[in-house]
Write a new protein. Structure first.
Length: 186
């Protein structure tokens, strides 16, 4: 069954106040900051929607606070896809699906990147398969939407700032709605 715009709103209203795994922001604040960073970078609506929705799987597969401390990889990058696929295009879905592997790739191709990761991101990196080898990184970079996933990953890493001002939930739901309407008419 597809998630509607109201379902997405309800998930953020019901679970958005949950802490974002050891970071000084909530799940909703992280989503809003990710969307805001994408907009500030001039991303199109599809990538802004992906940035806003990229961690929706955490709200669909609740594992409690900081599951990485208990050795759990919640596979959040995959969890929302079956629900979003009927209403959103690959331009939204693929960056979401690939954002975890984008972290693994960035660690392989950017010497400074690993040192910028939060403690929780380092823990989850190991649970998610660790740093890509050279061949895995090269293969990742050849995938459609890999560049969008790398951009999303960098916004994801920065979207953990306490008390950062962003547009609200309604703003990003309107972006998602525009993207949904484009997908339906395509």
């Amino acid at each position: 069954m597809a998630l509607s715009l109201n379902d997405i709103r309800s998930l953020y209203e019901q679970y958005g106040k949950l802490a974002y795994s050891g970071e000084p922001v909530t799940q909703l604040e992280h989503a809003l900051q990710s969307g805001a960073l994408a907009e500030e970078a001039g991303a199109d609506d599809e990538l802004v929607a992906a940035a806003f929705l990229h961690d929706l799987g955490h709200l669909l597969n609740l594992q409690g606070e900081t599951p990485t401390e208990r050795g759990i990889d919640d596979l959040h990058q995959y969890f929302a896809l079956p629900f979003l696929r009927p209403v959103l295009s690959d331009a939204v879905l693929e960056p979401i699906r690939l954002h975890v592997d984008a972290k693994r790739c960035l660690c392989a191709i950017d010497d400074a990147y690993f040192g910028q990761l939060s403690a929780d991101s380092v823990r989850s990196l190991e649970l998610q398969g660790g740093i890509f080898c050279k061949e895995e990184a090269e293969a990742f970079l050849q995938k459609p939407y890999a560049e969008d996933a790398l951009r999303l990953r960098k916004w994801d890493d920065r979207a953990k700032e306490e008390n950062r001002a962003t547009p609200g939930l309604d703003h990003y739901l309107s972006v998602v709605e525009r993207v949904m309407q484009k997908h339906v008419t395509a």
